[in-house]
Design a protein around this ligand. Structure first.
Ligand code: PGA
Length: 236
């Protein structure tokens, strides 16, 4: 695992965007794992800017999102599908048929395998150490499945989205599992802001998988890049 500290989230996001756009030029049919939440918004803006300025094509790219709320359709403004359309898909030349989200009907792990696996997986991290919606207690061998959201996650997501209305936040979601995430060839984790410090410190100190902080599974992956801004206290 390699960790890079940036002055701010703008610089960290641009760094991640450059990795993706360089890879896209080398492999136009990139298989990309995508995250939602407040963290990757600048990264998606940078990817859109690159598409506009350099005409980088997304027509052969396949994307797999990490998660989606149960019960929210793509048209629902609070769905992750809608989030992706707003921040990325509607602004690049990606084919909608090539963008996937976990749901009740699809064997997502199998689908990812059919497409040859994920080349680069983008991750955010919850302040409770979750990646995707693998909440504390998740098995490191978990596959994509329906999960119950942690009370802390529901509270955090109500504060950032859903107009602050906690009653609107679904209590369940379909989420890639930890094993699914670990099968990606390369992982880029972004963490911005002081409230991610504890989770990042726990990863850096981990010697083995700690189910209280699911992101610690990443220490076992051979190709993980962690990009943090200077607000994250690494405890060193
Ligand atoms: P955030 O969420 O980007 O809104 O901080 C990250 C996550 O919960 O994985």
């Amino acid at each position: 695992m390699k960790i890079l500290v940036f002055r701010n989230k703008e610089e960290a996001s641009q760094y991640a965007a450059n990795i993706i756009t360089n890879k896209l030029r080398e492999k136009p049919d990139l298989r990309l794992g995508l995250a939602t939440g407040s963290t990757p918004i600048l990264l998606y803006q940078d990817l859109v800017n690159d598409h506009v300025q350099n005409q980088t094509s997304w027509s052969n790219v396949i994307t797999f999102n990490l998660d989606e709320y149960k019960g929210l359709s793509a048209h629902d403004v609070d769905s992750y599908h809608h989030f992706m359309n707003e921040h990325l898909f509607s602004k690049i030349n990606i084919n909608d048929k090539n963008t996937f989200f976990p749901n009740a009907k699809t064997d997502y792990d199998d689908l990812i395998k059919q497409y040859g696996g994920i080349d680069i997986q983008i991750l955010g991290i919850g302040r409770n150490g979750h990646i995707a919606f693998n909440e504390p207690g998740a098995s490191e061998y978990s596959k994509t499945r329906l999960v119950d959201l942690d009370q802390d996650t529901i509270q955090v997501n109500a504060n950032k989205f859903f107009n602050g209305d906690i009653k609107k936040v679904p209590t369940q979601a379909f989420s890639m599992g930890l094993k699914t995430i670990m099968e990606a060839k390369q992982i880029i984790l972004l963490a911005f802001g002081a409230d991610k410090s504890k989770a990042i410190q726990t990863i850096l100190q981990a010697q083995e998988y700690n189910k209280d902080c699911p992101a610690t599974v990443l220490i076992k992956h051979p190709n993980v890049l962690v990009l943090v801004d200077s607000e994250v206290n690494l405890g060193m």
